[in-house]
Design a protein around this ligand. Structure first.
Ligand SMILES: *Cc1c(COP(=O)(O)O)cnc(C)c1O
Length: 347
């Protein structure tokens, strides 16, 4: 086991924090009468505060992932976990963070909000990960390193071997955002958690699980960090409706797997259709539920699709992404429509 000291990584103010203790935190067990939280006593389904520690849901996820419950944090989307990681570990103005580029936009938004400088290190030209480049850029003031696998917007899985070099060589916390892992052929890095206490994984119910509107994401990692995240989150960060909707979806896991299979099949069809279109210069292989393509006139193609009521993501202003458009895999009908429109525009 790697040596990593969570308590010296955490900001002193957070280390010494006395967290808010809610009525429901202070009592656990069976009771008949609750006169502790100033709730309206008349039942309507929502008159009680939800469980701030989300024990039913976290135990259920623990069974699913085969991971101890004290390694699981649930947030209002994985975006909440990204924000809390900055707030837990990074002192405004002094500390810095590292991230690969191109990648997900929230890492730099959360860095900016906390007043933390984010240094972006480009992936290789084929979007593969270079641990060497990242380790060259890393200093002792870098508290966090953000990786994303499969990466958004490039769609590729990052090499586990390269990530392990970073886990060994980087002095701070390595966050691997696995928002799209369920669409990939990989199991993800959960098996590395016992070995690397400085590894944090982000997962979400927003993509494969089909619950973007519900807002629930996960951080998986060392219990010392999970405890801190639980202390600094809003006490009731997951409302009762969210907890229930996620539980219902977990009970429909077979349907989720079927949909993921269907989306993966559609991805292969879409990729081969796109490859056949003259005017599309490159279709990048994808382990996610989107594909990145390169075209000669990205802005023009994007605008013409918008005019036809079809919205994709123009990524052509991102690093290494000149001429790049990101297309989410839709239903078979939606994908056919997309192909039809792109053909009309490009041919
Ligand atoms: C969509 C996405 C997320 C999900 O964020 P939520 O807040 O859980 O909806 C996280 N990371 C990446 C890279 C994403 O693309």
């Amino acid at each position: 086991m790697n040596s990593f000291n969570w308590s010296s990584w955490i900001r002193p103010a957070i280390r010494n924090l006395r967290p808010y203790s809610s009525a429901r935190d202070e009592f656990s067990g069976e009771a008949l009468v609750f006169l502790d939280a100033n709730e309206n006593p008349y039942e309507n389904g929502f008159n009680r505060y939800p469980d701030p520690r989300q024990m039913l849901l976290r135990n259920r996820i623990s069974d699913l992932l085969k991971l101890p419950v004290d390694s699981i944090f649930l947030g209002n989307g994985s975006d909440e976990a990204i924000d809390l990681l900055f707030r837990a570990g990074c002192e405004a103005r002094n500390d810095r963070a590292l991230a690969i580029t191109p990648s997900y936009g929230m890492y730099s938004v959360c860095a900016d909000i906390q007043g933390v400088g984010l240094d972006k290190v480009p992936l290789n030209d084929d979007f593969s990960l270079s641990s060497e480049r990242l380790l060259e850029a890393a200093t002792d003031s870098h508290k966090l390193l953000f990786l994303c696998s499969p990466n958004n917007p490039s769609g590729n899985l990052l090499s586990t071997e390269e990530i392990e070099k970073l886990l060994k060589g980087f002095r701070g916390v390595v966050v691997v955002d696995e928002a799209y892992i369920d669409f990939s052929t990989s199991e993800g890095l959960m098996r590395l958690l016992p070995q690397y206490p400085n590894l944090i994984l982000l997962r979400t119910f927003s993509k494969a699980w089909g619950l973007a509107g519900v807002r629930c994401g996960m951080a998986l990692g060392h219990p010392d960090l999970i405890r801190i995240l639980m202390q600094i989150k809003y006490p009731y960060n997951l409302n009762q409706l969210t907890q229930q909707a996620v539980m219902d979806r977990l009970n429909a896991v077979d349907l989720v797997y079927e949909q993921v299979q269907e989306i993966r099949r559609e991805r292969e069809i879409l990729v081969s259709e796109l490859e056949g279109i003259t005017g599309i210069l490159q279709v990048y292989p994808s382990d996610a539920n989107f594909v990145l393509v390169r075209v000669a006139q990205a802005n023009e193609v994007y605008n013409k699709l918008v005019d036809r009521g079809l919205i994709i993501r123009n990524r052509s202003n991102q690093d290494l992404c000149e001429g790049a458009l990101r297309i989410t895999i839709g239903t078979p009908e939606e994908n056919k429509q997309l192909i039809r429109e792109i053909k009309t525009i490009l041919q």
